[in-house]
Structures are given as C-alpha cells and as structure tokens.
Design a protein around this ligand. Sequence first.
Ligand code: NAD
Length: 270
Amino acid sequence: MHDLVEEAASMIRGAKNLVAFTGAGVSEESGIPTFRDPGGLWDRFDPYEVGGGDVFSSLYRGGAIPASATGFVSEMLTVLEKAHPNPGHTALGELERMGILRSVITQNIDNLHREAGNSLVIEVHGNIYRLACLACGGRVYLSREELFPLGWKLVECLRSGDMQGIISIASRCLCGGICRIDVVAFGEPVQDMPRAVAEAKSADVFLILGTSGAVYPAAYLPEYAKRAGAKLIEINATGCYFPELVDLGIVGKTGEVLPRIVERLRERGS
Ligand code: NAD
C-alpha cells in the first residue's frame, strides 16, 4: 500500500488537469450507506418502487405512494442529516486549495463535496439540497437548516396522506409553482452530462473513487478520460471495478488513502 500511495502521489504531482469522479463509496465513511454493498439500501428497498420518476408524478396526480417510499425518504433524511464531509472529501477539498484538483464529477447527491470546499462540482445525479420547479424549470437552493425541517414535515404528510400539506411544502418557487427534489430518479435523464464528458476528456490524470461503475451513462466517464489520453487511478474499498482501464488501482477506503496521498504531495512541496 505504501508504494501504491507513493506511485499515485507521483502521478498526481505531474498532472496539469486532475479530475475526480466519485460514487457512493466516498460518502460511506460519512455514514451514508452505499446502494449496492451488502446491507446497502437496495438490499432493503426495491429501487423501482421507491426511486422511480413516477413516484413524483404519481404523488402530484394524487396517486398512492408506496409505504416503502415513505420509509426510504425517512431513512435517507436520517442519514443525510447526520452526514458531514469525511477525510476523503476533505482531502479532495485540500487538493483543490493546493491548486492541484480541477473538478469533481460526482454521482452523489449529498452535497458533501461542496461542503468540503470543492467549487467545480458536476452532480450528474442531482443534489438533495436543490429543488426543481415543475412549472417554470427554475431551481431553488435550500440550506441544511431549511431542508431537514421541510423533509420531516413531508414525511409526516406522506404518512397521513395529507396532499394539501404536501403541495404547500412543495410550493417553493417564486413563480408559485410546485417543486420536486432535483435528484435524478430511475429512468430519468442524468444532469450536466455534456459538461461531465468535457471535464473527463480534459483530464490528464483521472481519479475513480468509490464507485462500482454499475450506473450508466455516468460509468462511461472513465472510458472518455482514457480514450482522451488520461492516466487513471482507482481507489475502492472492495476491489477494482475498471480493470481494463486503470493504470493504478488501490484497494482501500478513500477516507484513508486520499489523506495519505495529500500528505505525500505536501511533503514534496507540490
Ligand atoms: P455503489 O453503491 O454501486 O458502489 C459503491 C462502491 O464504493 C462499491 O464498489 C464499494 O466497494 C465502494 N466503497 C464502499 N465504501 C468505500 C469507501 N469507504 N472507500 C472507497 N470505496 C468504497 O455506488 P455508485 O457506483 O456511486 O452507484 C450508486 C448510485 O446511487 C449513484 O449513482 C448515486 O447516485 C446513488 N447514491 C448516492 C449516495 C450519496 O449521495 N452519498 C449514496 C448511495 C447511492
């Protein structure tokens, strides 16, 4: 591991355009369960029942919301409310402050990269702190202090079937329109993909962090980077998920490996 960390640091030291691509594993050490690991959310909830786009439209048509969807929202609120950036997020924030990391492309919706200080964050699956107006398409940004009280009120209304309550919670846009959480549900198009592809193609070193590469089209991004000539470094707690593409694979937790890489870069005055 020692040598691999040194090798990663030396590849990063030479980079002119370092881009990171992250998945649920990066937030695991913040207490947010991944979706596909044993005990993960998809072991306990049916993704098509709780995560389909039609849950939103069914809600506003006055359709029945599956009880499991309320349980899922409630569980997500519980973990997200407690979650804060872990040493892996902090290391990526530090790499940006050191002038080394250009951008983060993330599949996560938890806002933790922004909280850790990364400023160019492309969120291909949306962000839980953002609402999208169904009438005008405008976006509404919520703070932590706004999101969770609203979310818990929503759970209460979902449990009691209070449709008027749900509509009043969701009427957040200045145009008077009803909003939904701006997170990509199953079957919906990803967000900002052209920008993510452009970032991936511009990288000379591309980090693949804590993702199983099972969700497309996001999982194509490492291939775009590779074809454009980037060197790829993968860090994953359970193995290598992009074996044909990566130049260096490190099996380890991002919250442990990334801070060690930053330490090496600091020692050599990068
Ligand atoms: P995934 O659950 O399919 O895979 C997570 C990967 O991270 C696994 O390969 C696992 O071995 C690895 N991992 C677990 N803990 C790790 C750690 N501490 N350090 C490094 N690696 C670790 O996740 P995915 O590939 O991102 O796909 C899941 C989809 O679900 C994403 O598209 C995302 O939108 C969504 N999701 C988001 C969050 C979040 O916002 N935090 C959480 C769960 C799922």
